[in-house]
Design a protein around this ligand. Structure first.
Ligand code: FES
Length: 169
């Protein structure tokens, strides 16, 4: 014959199990928070200083290869190469290069810039900035977008006087 007490759950056992479960949950949450502290979610920005290749890689005109990845256009003129920082000087949208019209056009409020990044229409107050460029020991162009030169409204453009904002050809 079966003992009637055998089917009843042991209250001490049940309490112990509940306490251990709560303790395990508490310790797991603590471990997760500690791991999160040592490995925070980080946003990896693209490098601000990067090589884009030798000058011979760039044909005459505006090169869009680095706009998406690094926010610049590389422009080759007969006598020099420079990098335009792809940010409208009105409120910071990214203009589009319109090859057929030979100009940059901002989609936000319509500012237009010529192929050197000089504003000529719309609300933009000044030309787009230029990023620093130099040749490294291997003859590759190094662009540094943490070093920008700008034209203040109605003022003298820094990049017209500073040599490290274009590469003479
Ligand atoms: S942000 Fe480019 S025109 Fe306003």
């Amino acid at each position: 014959m079966k003992d009637p007490d055998e089917a009843k759950p042991d209250p001490h056992k049940l309490r112990r199990r509940t306490v251990w479960t709560a303790l395990a949950a508490f310790l797991s949450a603590g471990a997760a928070m500690t791991a999160r502290f040592f490995f925070p979610r980080a946003i990896f920005e693209p490098a601000t200083k990067f090589r884009i290749g030798p000058p011979s890689d760039f044909a005459q005109g505006v090169d869009e290869r680095f706009r998406q990845s690094h926010g610049i256009w590389v422009v080759r003129k007969p006598d020099r190469i420079f990098a335009i920082y792809a940010k409208c000087t009105h409120l910071g949208c990214t203009p589009n290069w319109l090859e057929a019209e030979n100009k940059f056009k901002c989609p936000c409020h319509g500012s237009g810039y010529d192929s050197e990044g000089r504003n000529f229409e719309g609300p933009a107050p000044r030309p787009m900035d230029r990023a620093s460029v130099e040749l490294d020991a291997d003859g590759l162009i190094v662009v540094d977008t943490s070093r920008l030169a700008q034209c203040p409204p109605g003022g003298r453009c820094e990049f017209e006087t500073k040599k490290d904002f274009h590469i003479a050809l």
